[in-house]
Design a protein around this ligand. Structure first.
Ligand code: C2G
Length: 131
């Protein structure tokens, strides 16, 4: 039973997120998604989400590839998460390539997946504003 984890905000859920989650699940048998809390988004990523954490969590839990959603409240929790959830593979989009290689020292495979280039939450917001 290979256990996979990935992290993200997943605001205004779109097909780029789904592509990522489908590929993440295909790496193993069980996929955990650590969804950034509203505080973490604002304090650490300076992102103000359209949907609240609870709304984003509900959306993620409805995706067939996702087995469990947990909160992401800090950058550092990855160290403890991979132990607590017995993770075999950490994965994330390749816009983060190289940033989480330190997890290899925790005995975790690190896989950067290809990001879907033409779509982003920011782009969706901007195109809606310009209409
Ligand atoms: N993603 C993607 N293609 C897109 C947009 C996003 O593959 N067009 C991927 C990102 O690479 C990431 C995931 O979808 O793996 C979630 O993206 P975001 O919500 O933007 O997450 P991010 O702000 O990158 O947060 O600790 C890590 C952070 O929480 C990652």
């Amino acid at each position: 039973m290979k256990r996979v984890i990935t992290y993200g905000t997943f605001d205004l859920l779109h097909y780029g997120h789904i592509n990522l989650l489908r590929q993440a699940k295909a790496l193993g048998d069980y996929l955990i998604v650590a969804c950034s809390t509203d505080d973490f988004n604002w304090n650490e990523k300076h992102k103000r989400c359209y949907f609240t954490y609870e709304q984003r969590k509900t959306l993620l839990e409805a995706i067939r590839y996702v087995d469990l959603v947990i909160p992401e409240g800090s950058w550092e929790q990855k160290y403890t998460d991979v132990k607590e959830y017995h993770i075999d593979i950490f994965t994330i989009g390749d816009d983060w390539a190289g940033k989480f290689d330190f997890l290899k020292t925790e005995g975790v495979d690190v896989v950067y997946l290809p990001r879907t280039p033409e779509i982003s939450t920011t782009q969706i917001k901007n195109s809606l504003h310009s209409e």
